[in-house]
Write a protein that binds this ligand. Structure first.
Ligand code: GTP
Ligand code: MG
Length: 195
């Protein structure tokens, strides 16, 4: 598929099903803990500075944000999990919103599940991966902030993450940096293959 990735705009934000776009365009969702770099991933992939709003302040993305890419596909920026300073009630609301999207959305082709290359995956990261495997949702693991780890140590960090996740070798695993753009072409290849 030929996609002009420069032709991208925020389409809408949704809290539930009734607000999702109504057409059949394929969607790729971004999941990961708060601050891992989901919005930065979107900006990097679309060569934009701040199309998906980023900040040092975790919990910035509160709704499902749908990005139209050249009227051919969408990215769906999902609010991050694991942000400590939210109430139990908010966490439950978050859980229902994500679960509804991931388990019922026919447009969904794959989830890009982001983890921080520097650290072992959190319990929430492991749970998200298990959830996606359980529902047989195609998953692409993207390990972010690779620029913060010297290249000579990438392999060691990759192995540690795979082990902790009980990684299925048939899934994609991509080392990524929104600073250096390492892994960007590989990520696009993996995504286009899923559409
Ligand atoms: N060095 C480095 N910093 C990054 C990278 N990706 C993201 N960041 C920084 O990490 C912080 C969080 O990035 P966001 O993209 O806003 O993270 P998010 O996952 O969208 O966070 P929430 O919306 O809160 O869930 C920002 O300060 C980014 O500049 C990366 O690849 N390398
Ligand atoms: Mg965000």
């Amino acid at each position: 598929m030929e996609i002009n990735t420069h032709n991208a705009e925020i389409l809408l934000s949704a809290a539930n099903k009734s607000h999702y776009p109504q057409d059949g365009l394929p969607e790729i969702a971004l999941a990961g803990r708060s601050n891992v770099g989901k919005s930065s991933f979107i900006n990097t992939m679309l060569n934009r500075k701040n199309l998906a709003r980023t900040s040092g302040k975790p919990g910035k993305t509160q709704l499902l944000n749908f990005f139209n890419i050249d009227d051919k596909m969408r990215f769906v920026d999902v609010p991050g999990y694991g942000y400590a300073r939210v109430s139990k009630k908010e966490r439950e609301k978050w859980g229902r919103m994500i679960e509804e999207y991931l388990t019922t959305r026919e447009n969904l082709r794959a989830v890009v599940s982001l983890v921080d290359l520097r650290h072992d995956p959190s319990a929430d990261d492991v749970q998200m991966y298990e959830f996606l495997k359980y529902y047989e949702i195609p998953v692409i693991i993207v390990a972010t902030k690779a620029d913060k780890i010297p290249r000579g140590k990438w392999n060691k960090h990759e192995s540690a993450i795979k082990k902790k996740l009980n990684f299925d070798p048939s899934d994609d695993f991509i080392l990524f940096s929104s600073i250096s753009k390492a892994g960007m072409n590989e990520a696009w290849d993996a995504i286009l293959e899923k559409l």
